[in-house]
Design a binder for this molecule. Sequence first.
Ligand SMILES: O=P(O)(O)OC[C@H]1O[C@H](OP(=O)(O)OP(=O)(O)O)[C@H](O)[C@@H]1O
Ligand SMILES: NC(=O)CC[C@H](N)C(=O)O
Ligand code: SF4
Ligand SMILES: [Mg+2]
Length: 466
Amino acid sequence: MAAIKEACGLFGISSAHKEPIGFACHYGLYALQHRGQEGCGIALNTEGELSVHKDLGLVNEVFPRALSVDEEHTRMAIAHTRYGTSGERSRENVQPLLFRHHMGSMAIAHNGNLTNDAALRCRFEKEGCLFHTTSDTEVIAYLICKHRLATGDIHKAIELAMDELEGAYSLLIMTSSLLIAVRDPNGFRPLCLGKLDDGYVFASESCALDAVGAVFVRDLQPGELCIVDKADQSLTSSLVHCNAIKSSLCVFELIYFARPDSVIDTISVHQARIRSGSFLALEHPCQADVVIGVPDSGIDAAIGYSRQSGIPYGIGFIKNKYIGRTFIQPKAGDRESGVRIKLNPIASTVRGKRVVLIDDSIVRGTTSKRIVRLLREAGAKEVHLRSSAPPFLHPCYYGTDIDSRKDLFACKYDHQQMMDILDVDSLGFLLPEQVVKLSDHQGIGFCSACFTGVYPTAVPKGASNA
Ligand SMILES: O=P(O)(O)OC[C@H]1O[C@H](OP(=O)(O)OP(=O)(O)O)[C@H](O)[C@@H]1O
Ligand SMILES: NC(=O)CC[C@H](N)C(=O)O
Ligand code: SF4
Ligand SMILES: [Mg+2]
């Protein structure tokens, strides 16, 4: 079974002298663990010398303690938690990637997925480039280095690379003297800026700024390039790629990926999920005694459903805190057992009751099928399932690895078949037109292509969204 994978986490810091860089990276990585659990790494800048420490595994496995760092001389770093969306799960593909070239060194960390990766890789290989990884991130690095050698200017080089890159990329790049943050012109993946007393932090989500005590400044705009100079901690920003841009934030960031305590593009993830629950209550009402959410990411929408419908909210499941996200287990067997040991119902909440069960999404149906059975075994009289995402019908090319329709529940079965398989009394999904209303902030556009089939950019050559 193809694994459905998710986003990666980016963290970068530059501090003149105060912030302990080793601890900050440690805390930043922990705050972003939910975005990537395959591997993680930290690249350090020690007096202009770059080094990288990375491996497969969770943050507490790769870095059981904060990395021991020469704090006096190491004042800049970037860090990454990975779920591979391009290239396999291997140590070489774990980021940050470090490159040494004719004019110096560069470390890079990437969240997202290119749509023209294959074409660029093929072109560069014909030019004689020898790639060391199978990830699209190396293609980005090669392109930047190529332009850097030609122009002698990293800022110009990144701009030229952005002209050629297609798809989703939030990037952190570190050179001997600069920390650079880049967001692709569609702004598919989040990236925000925080301020320290004597420097700056960049992170995929604001929860990582909170973790290191940085003050949130703002989100990077789609197409923006920000540079922090180590010499004087000055920040410059260039918006040349922001014109003629249609912002297309991945709406699944709000529905599932991000932590509810994060604020992305001015949208509180928690509030967006509450709102999805109230949309569901209006669109798919039912007569019931209690509303429960599937931990973790179904909880906020359940609260929204309860508030809108007036049906009391209850705690229906307890989640084992020490199990990772089941979504991403590579084999079907692992995934089924992962669900079994992960969630346990509280019988007193559901026994003899008509239950509204809210989850954020139904992808393969594994979680829903299992938890409905658990609720029935615990004595629930009726189970009305609501999903705060619309049905997944199309592949994602921007960093969520939904590359095959054959495993998607809503592609395989019609509504009645889904109800029968899941053994529910009723089933309702958020409407595709409602996902773009999860925020009432003006000027923020969304990608919802996996639900609608309407892609904000050209899809990879030869790809089919059918
Ligand atoms: O239909 P499925 O293929 O089972 O996938 C859908 C489930 O996967 C995710 O949960 P997961 O347990 O991975 O993560 P969470 O604990 O953050 O909700 C998602 O929140 C759904 O519950
Ligand atoms: N999930 C991601 O953002 C993955 C980043 C990059 N495409 C990789 O495969 O490593
Ligand atoms: S296709 Fe879906 S998962 Fe992919 S970026 Fe768009 S909304 Fe997100
Ligand atoms: Mg879940």
